[in-house]
Design a protein around this ligand. Structure first.
Ligand SMILES: Nc1ncnc2c1ncn2[C@@H]1O[C@H](COP(=O)(O)OP(=O)(O)OP(=O)(O)O)[C@@H](O)[C@H]1O
Ligand SMILES: [Mg+2]
Length: 257
């Protein structure tokens, strides 16, 4: 299998307290699959993505990419964080080319920056500093930076959450194009069920307290996926019921405290 998440668990230890986010997470992901992860806030989606990125270690189990155990970050994995994490002392263009330094010629890096800046519609802002951009614009720079690195696996943590509806649709189409052209494997965290249904081959639904996988759904709807088709609506309802069950469980627990 291309990417294997084997019996992975995570426990955070802070001061004398231990907190188990999840345990026994298992996912086999073939190359080129587009996998979305949905789940209530706090179930461990970002934690799981950080572990695949190699930024967070596993407390139990292992993550294997093309036969190699993940122990640190690498150029084969690109991450778009929930909060855009850019270099404030560099302009937009240099933020995108910075990770490419030493890996290719300056000319090639510039070419990639130009290409992906156009894609995220920020060509006009190439010389601006990060503080001069809005949150959504910063997130688009972060997306361009991850894509310019051309990783095998793209890890995207609510990448379009801060964007307006129209821009989000444009980004969906662009991401689909890139995914189809480049055979990338994508792990995509979102809170939007419709977004997950529009984009994914497969939707993994997580529950919380304790974090775990409660459903692993194959999305068998022909592409390009039109908005509001019947199959999508049915699937949306199925997932909404699953998530509502989890959220109600947390609510009940909170109210009884
Ligand atoms: N560095 C850390 N130290 C201690 N606890 C942490 C740390 N990072 C995350 N957690 C805890 O782990 C749990 C999962 O957090 P995580 O950020 O993965 O959730 P999430 O599913 O991404 O939520 P959201 O949808 O709100 O982004 C939370 O309860 C959080 O408090
Ligand atoms: Mg998160």
């Amino acid at each position: 299998m291309f990417l294997e998440i084997n019996q992975v668990g995570k426990t955070f230890t802070t001061e004398e307290k231990q907190f188990q986010v999840f345990s026994d997470i298992n996912l086999d992901i073939p190359e080129n699959q587009f996998v979305s992860i949905l789940g209530p806030s706090g179930c461990g989606k970002s934690t799981l993505l950080s572990m695949v990125a190699g930024l967070e270690d596993t407390s139990e189990g292992s993550i294997i990419l093309q036969g190699n155990k993940i122990t640190s970050p690498g150029p084969d994995r690109g991450m778009v964080f929930q909060q855009p994490s850019l270099f404030p002392w560099l302009n937009v263009h240099d933020n995108i080319t910075f990770p490419l330094k030493g890996k290719m010629s300056k000319k090639e890096a510039d070419k990639r920056a130009t290409h992906f800046l156009k894609m995220v519609q920020l060509s006009r802002f190439r010389d601006n500093y990060i503080f001069e951009l809005s949150g959504g614009m910063q997130q688009r720079v972060a997306i361009a930076r991850a894509l310019a690195m051309d990783p095998k696996v793209l890890l995207m943590d609510e990448p379009f959450g801060a964007l307006d509806e129209q821009t989000r649709h444009i980004m969906h189409d662009e991401l689909m194009k890139i995914w189809q052209e480049t055979q990338k494997t994508i792990l995509f965290v979102t809170h939007s069920i419709t977004e997950a249904i529009k984009l994914s081959d497969r939707i993994v639904v997580m529950g919380t307290r304790p974090g775990r996988i409660i459903a692993d759904i194959k999305v068998d709807i022909a592409r390009p996926r039109e908005r509001g088709n019947l199959e999508s609506i049915e699937l949306e309802k199925e997932i909404m019921d699953l998530l509502e069950g989890e959220i109600n469980k947390v609510l009940k627990e909170e109210l009884s405290r």
